[in-house]
Design a protein around this ligand. Structure first.
Ligand SMILES: [Zn+2]
Ligand SMILES: [Zn+2]
Length: 509
C-alpha cells in the first residue's frame, strides 16, 4: 500500500508540472484575431535636414494596433554656396554654404584651385569624373587641378586624355612645365598625352596607376621624371626616345612595363627592375648608355629587352629566366654573361652581333639553340655545348670568324641551314654519331676547315627546307678538306644524295 501511494504521488507531481507547462505555453502563443489592415504612414515628427523624423500607421481593424518608424530626411541640407576665399589657378580657396531649408545651418568647403585657364575637360565615368586636355593652351606652364565644378559640385579630374598635350615636333612653342594639385585625383595618363612635349622635368602625383602608350614619347628634353609609388603599369613606347633621361626609379608596385617602353633612352645608365615584373619585351633596346641592369628574381622573359645596349659589358641573369630571344643582340660591349642554370633554350637572335663576346658557357639543361643566336659574334673563340642539346638552328654561328673550336655533344641530331657559314677560324670539327640532318650551306665559306670527322653510321641528310639535296654544305671550305667517315659506311656516304658531290674528299677511318 505504501509503495502504491508513493507511486501515485509521484505521477501526480509530473502531471501537475505538465499541465502548468501546457497552460503557460498556450498563453504565450496567443494568435492575433485578424491580419492587420495597415493604413498609410503618417508623419508625426517631421524630419529636418539635421534630425530624423518619425511616422506611424494604424490598423483599420483595430485602432489600438499602431506601428512607428524613424525616417531620414530625403533632402538633408540644401547648400547654397558663395565664394568666401576665391581659388586661384594653383591655390585652393573656400566657399561658404547656407542651407536653403534652414538659414541657421552654415558650412564651408574647399573651393579647389581652378587650374590653367583654357584647359578642356570632358566628363567620364557616367558624369562622375573629368578627363583633362590642353584645350586652348598651347605652351608654357600648365597646372592640372584636382577637381572641377559640375552643376555646383566638385568632380575629380581623374584622367589626362589621350593626346592631351601632344603637339607638333616642328613647333617652336610647347609646354615647359606640367604640375599637379597636391591633392591630385589623377589615376591615369592617356596614350600620347605628352608626345613631343618640351618638358625637362615632371613629377607625377601619387594616385596615378597607369601611363599610356607613348605618353612621353620623344620628350627629348626630359631629364628627370619622378614616378609615384601607386604606378602599376607603363605602356608600350611610353618613354620612347627620351634621349636626355639620365635616371629613372621604377616604383616597387610596378607589375607591367610595355614593349619598347624605354627604347632609345640613350642617357639612362642603370636600371633596376622591381620584383613584380615577370616579363619585359624590347623594354630597354638601344639604351646605349646603359652599363648596369638589375633584374628581379622571378622574371622569366627578357625577349629583345636589351637589343643594341652597346654600353653593357657584363650581365648576370637571375635563375628564373627561361626566355632570352634577341635579348642581347647588337650588345657589342658585352664580354661576359652568366646564364642561369634553369635555361633550357637559348632563343633566336639572343647574342647576334655581340662582337665583344669571347667566351660563353652554356648551362647543362640547354636542349636547343635558336636561329641566329650567335650570328656575327666575331670574337667568340670557344664554345662548349653541353650534353643534351639536340638542335642547333639556322645561321646560329654564321660569321663567327674567331671560332676555332667547337665541341658538339653526342645528343645533337640536327644542324640547321648556314649554321657555321663563314666560320673562317674553324679548322676541324667532329660531328657525333647522333647527327641525322645537316642544313644547306652549314659549313659554307669555312675557308680553313681542313678536317671534318663524321661519326654517324648512316649518312646524315643534306637538305634544305624545300627538300632539295644540298650541294652547298661544304662549299668554299679548304681545298684540302678531308671528310672522315666510319669505314663501314664509306660506300653509303659516297653514294648518298649530297654527299656524293664530295666523294673525292671522303675517306673511311
Ligand atoms: Zn490590427
Ligand atoms: Zn539644413
Amino acid at each position: 500500500m505504501m509503495k502504491n501511494g508513493k507511486l501515485i504521488g509521484f505521477l501526480s507531481f509530473f502531471l501537475m508540472i505538465g499541465v502548468c507547462f501546457w497552460a503557460c505555453s498556450e498563453s504565450e502563443r496567443e494568435k492575433p484575431e485578424h491580419t492587420h489592415n495597415w493604413g498609410a504612414w503618417t508623419v508625426t515628427v517631421p524630419a529636418t535636414c539635421i534630425d530624423d523624423g518619425e511616422e506611424t500607421r494604424v490598423c483599420a481593424l483595430d485602432a489600438s494596433h499602431i506601428e512607428t518608424r524613424i525616417f531620414s530626411s530625403p533632402n538633408a541640407h540644401e547648400w547654397q554656396w558663395a565664394a568666401k576665399i576665391s581659388p586661384t589657378i594653383t591655390a585652393d580657396g573656400e566657399d561658404a554654404g547656407v542651407c536653403t531649408l534652414n538659414a541657421s545651418h552654415t558650412t564651408t568647403r574647399t573651393a579647389y584651385a581652378i587650374g590653367t585657364i583654357g584647359l578642356a575637360y570632358q566628363l567620364i565615368d557616367n558624369n562622375t569624373a573629368y578627363s583633362v586636355s590642353k584645350g586652348t593652351v598651347n605652351s608654357g606652364e600648365v597646372f592640372i587641378p584636382a577637381f572641377r565644378l559640375y552643376n555646383g559640385e566638385y568632380l575629380p579630374v581623374k584622367e589626362i586624355s589621350k593626346q592631351a598635350f601632344f603637339f607638333s615636333y616642328y613647333s617652336m612653342s610647347g609646354f615647359t612645365s606640367i604640375s599637379f594639385a597636391k591633392n591630385s585625383q589623377l589615376t591615369s595618363i592617356g596614350s600620347d598625352a605628352f608626345y613631343y612635349a618640351r618638358l625637362t622635368e615632371i613629377t607625377l602625383p601619387e594616385g596615378i596607376t597607369s601611363i599610356g602608350k607613348s605618353a612621353f614619347g620623344y620628350c627629348v628634353g626630359l631629364t628627370q621624371i619622378t614616378l609615384p609609388d601607386s604606378l602599376t603599369s607603363i605602356g608600350e613606347t611610353a618613354f620612347f626616345q627620351c634621349y636626355s633621361l639620365t635616371d629613372i626609379t621604377l616604383p616597387k608596385g610596378l607589375t607591367s612595363v610595355g614593349s619598347r617602353a624605354f627604347d632609345s633612352c640613350t642617357s639612362l645608365t642603370e636600371i633596376t627592375l622591381p620584383e613584380g615584373i615577370t616579363s619585359i619585351n624590347g623594354a630597354f633596346q638601344y639604351c646605349t648608355g646603359l652599363t648596369e641592369i638589375i633584374l628581379p628574381e622571378g622574371i622569366t622573359s627578357i625577349d629583345y629587352a636589351f637589343t643594341g645596349c652597346t654600353g653593357l659589358t657584363q650581365v648576370t641573369l637571375p635563375e628564373s629566366i627561361t626566355s632570352i630571344n634577341g635579348a642581347f643582340q647588337y650588345c657589342t660591349g658585352l664580354t661576359e654573361i652568366i646564364l642561369p642554370e634553369g635555361l633550357t633554350s637559348i632563343g633566336q637572335y639572343a647574342f647576334m652581333d655581340c662582337t665583344g663576346l669571347t667566351e660563353i658557357t652554356l648551362p647543362e639543361g640547354i636542349t636547343t639553340i635558336g636561329d641566329y643566336t650567335f650570328n656575327g659574334c666575331t670574337s667568340l673563340s670557344e664554345i662548349i655545348l653541353p650534353e643534351g642539346i639536340t638542335t642547333i638552328g639556322d645561321y646560329t654561328f654564321y660569321g663567327c670568324t674567331s671560332l676555332s673550336e667547337i665541341i658538339l655533344p653526342g645528343s645533337i641530331t640536327s644542324i640547321g641551314e648556314s649554321t657555321f657559314y663563314g666560320c673562317t677560324g674553324l679548322t676541324q670539327i667532329i660531328l657525333p654519331g647522333s647527327i641525322s640532318f645537316i642544313g644547306r650551306s652549314a659549313f659554307r665559306d669555312c675557308t680553313q676547315l681542313t678536317k671534318i670527322t663524321i661519326l654517324a653510321v648512316t649518312p646524315p641528310l643534306l637538305q634544305d627546307i624545300y627538300g632539295n639535296k644540298s650541294i652547298y654544305v661544304f662549299q668554299n671550305t679548304s681545298p684540302d678538306l678531308a671528310i672522315k667517315v666510319p669505314a663501314a659506311s664509306y660506300a653509303a656516304y659516297i653514294q648518298a644524295d649530297g654527299w656524293s658531290d664530295y666523294w673525292q674528299r671522303i675517306s673511311g677511318m
